[in-house]
Design a protein around this ligand. Structure first.
Ligand SMILES: C[C@@](CO)(OP(=O)(O)O)[C@H](O)COP(=O)(O)OP(=O)(O)OC[C@H]1O[C@@H](n2ccc(N)nc2=O)[C@H](O)[C@@H]1O
Ligand SMILES: Nc1ncnc2c1ncn2[C@@H]1O[C@H](COP(=O)(O)OP(=O)(O)O)[C@@H](O)[C@H]1O
Length: 280
């Protein structure tokens, strides 16, 4: 996915996009409390907007959908403070975030905001931080966050921060993302999983045979999250009965993603409280 041009970076407005997970295997619990996993991250252009401008003192505002929790805990501010610790000359800024990506949806919106804050500060203030260093900073902020530094299709291992770019182009498909307004807590969802080795490792997946993914590409979170929220499974089922080539929950949910033959997205009345995003 293309990022903002340098000219846009000068304006200090960027558009943090979301990710989806294609397959997600929770392999084992680690000594640090996290889980080793393997997943394919794929970027999609469902975006927030993030603006950073010089200011007399550090400040932060948000518009758009409500972000739960304390403003001081926002990942954009955490990203700023993380860099400020190592780069004391970083000047004070005003950060404005317009939130559009559903929260607690498995779309990585918060992680994307954090990664784009690192990138924007690095560009604008010429901090000279290399991509590997940016990835290391991002991984401190969240397991998903490092992916958004690369923002290209990747096989991810470790706790999600060990990234290998893969040759996966899904432009032959149209995407439907449906969020039912259910907030899934990622940490709690991990707690309900029994980790284990997958039947087939993602490294061995035939990336070109999307029509076979239905039978082989599994998100381990689906079983536990669907048991608690049958409405999420119903979205996946509806996508398949409406012509999806592949459909699955993204991450720990609750958004569900469907891949359809190009230009053949179904017209479905999901109801008023469901958020729907289409990429033709
Ligand atoms: C599940 C995934 C799959 O892509 O995505 P989301 O559903 O959140 O989008 C990610 O692993 C989420 O990454 P992220 O949302 O950055 O998680 P973090 O903030 O690092 O961790 C939140 C909590 O999830 C658990 N956690 C997270 C990642 C990991 N590999 N093992 C874990 O056990 C930990 O309990 C941690 O306290
Ligand atoms: N900029 C941000 N955008 C969204 N959530 C944020 C942000 N900063 C901190 N958070 C916190 O991160 C949590 C989940 O983030 P998000 O990335 O949207 O979900 P998910 O992990 O399901 O992809 C929320 O509970 C929220 O309080």
């Amino acid at each position: 996915m293309t990022r903002s041009t340098p000219a846009e970076a000068d304006n200090m407005v960027v558009f943090p996009n979301c990710k989806i997970n294609l397959g997600l295997h929770i392999l084992r619990k680690r000594m640090d409390g996290f889980h080793d996993l393997e997943t394919i991250f794929y970027p999609l252009p469902l975006c927030d907007a993030l603006e950073i401008v010089h200011a007399d003192e550090l400040s932060f505002t948000v518009s758009g959908i409500d972000v739960p929790g304390n403003t001081d805990d926002n990942l954009c501010l955490k990203a700023y403070h993380l860099l400020k610790k190592d780069f004391p000359t970083l000047p004070p800024v005003h950060i404005h975030l317009h939130k559009h990506i559903p929260i607690g949806a498995g779309l990585g919106g918060g992680s994307s905001d954090a990664a784009f804050t690192l990138l924007l500060l690095n560009d604008k203030f010429k901090l000279g931080i290399s991509e590997p260093q940016l990835i290391a900073y991002a991984a401190i902020l969240g397991s998903d966050c490092a992916f958004f530094i690369k923002n290209k299709p990747c096989l991810a291992t470790g706790r999600g921060e060990v990234l290998e770019e893969i040759d996966l182009d899904l432009n032959r498909y149209s995407f439907l993302v449906v969020h039912p307004g259910i907030h899934v807590n990622t940490g709690k969802a991990f707690g309900k999983i029994t980790p284990g080795e997958p039947a087939q490792q993602l490294r061995d997946l035939d990336l070109q045979s999307v029509h076979q993914w239905k039978d082989v590409l599994v998100n381990d979170f689906e079983a536990v999250v669907f048991a608690e929220h049958p409405a999420i499974k119903a979205i996946k089922d509806k996508m398949y009965t409406s012509g999806a080539v592949y459909a699955a929950m993204s991450g720990s949910g609750s958004a569900v993603v469907g891949l359809f033959p190009k230009g053949q997205l179904p017209v479905i009345d999901w109801g008023a409280q469901y958020k729907v995003f289409e990429k033709q």
